[in-house]
Write a protein of this length. Sequence first.
Length: 447
Amino acid sequence: MRFDAQTLAARRARLYEQLGDGAVMILRAGAPKMRSHDTDYRFRAHSDMVYLTGFEEPDAVAVFAPGRSAEQGGPFTLFVRPRDPKKEQWDGRRAGAEGAVDLYGADRGYDLAQLDEELPKLLEGASELHIELGRDSAFDAKLHCLLAGLRRRRGKPPANPSVLRDPRDLIQAMRLVKSDDEIAWLRRASEISAEAHTAAMRACRPGMHEYELQALIEYIFARRGATAPSYNTIVGAGANATILHYIENRDPIADGDIVLIDAGCEFNFYAGDITRSFPANGKFTPAQRDLYQAVLDAEIMGIGMCTADNSWLDVHEATVRSLTQAMVDMGLLSGTLDELIETKAYEKYYMHKTGHWIGIDVHDPNPYYAGGHAAKIPNGAVQTIEPGLYIPADDESAPAELRGIGIRIEDDVLATAAGPEVLTKACPKAVSEIEALVGSGYTLTLP
């Protein structure tokens, strides 16, 4: 298990306090997904399941029932795949029902085959059921049948759930403020990701292909102990950099191209997320430099606003204002600043938000609104700041020297009482640093 048992127990205790004795929550790890024919994608358990249990095997079901006393079996029940020596020889080790208790702290562990028999007992006496519907149609159908049977018993003790709630709002609010351990894992993911980006800039030269830089980045992730990329690596050269989620990574890199790399690793389930943009030949043209500096100025300003006094929307609106003025100055837009912002004319070249929460998911689904207002940035929360400008190659309304350039700069920022801490600060981004680094050479060394 990659998580400390006491940490997981403390998280569940917080969950129980918020759920109350009358509620039951069900979480599922998820099932393997087919990649092609008879091969699956590498399995990764649902983040909420991992956050509360540390359990990584597929098909598992966790049930949390705070109202169940120790005499009743306790609040945490885990249903898992049974031990099977033949299958484990092919597909890997299993914890089994005993391991669910001994290794993962469940009060009771059962084989998955016992779910239909035991789940109704766990729901008895509950007034609320917290479950995410729509992710597994077969499980949803099973649950609907179970609830229909329980409803037929209504009026007979014990009570049965009459309210369904989505568990994500509660858990994801818990996940917003990171513990010291989580911050340490995010910091390590950031350090590894920064090393990989720096290596890619050193190695880059015109004539390479995008996939060569991707291979180097992902090699460093693996060599430094990361589990995997935390999302599909983006390496876009030239006009490819204007496509926000370009992942083909197949094209040659030409002299004069700007290369945009958006890549981060996952370390102990926690994500790094960095974007850097740099000239393939190591020297910005004047127009490239102006565009780059405009994005960098906006990013630095946004990072400085990552404090508890501001909301994520305050950061975004300030960034929009900065970038819109830069677009006017560079001849990309014309009109008054307020009108361009009110009409969202800036979205022609800046079409995304300035950042997102990050944690056990690269886009951590923590609350963005609270009480109808944009959520403030609490100390202990981590978010990305990632402004960008993207000028399509065929945009005849843009100055010719700016066409086909995409610039995004992204860092991971921890809000603290002492001010923002940039977890990804080891990755260079000043113009002078970039020009000194790109093409300076990287030698791949093996252990």
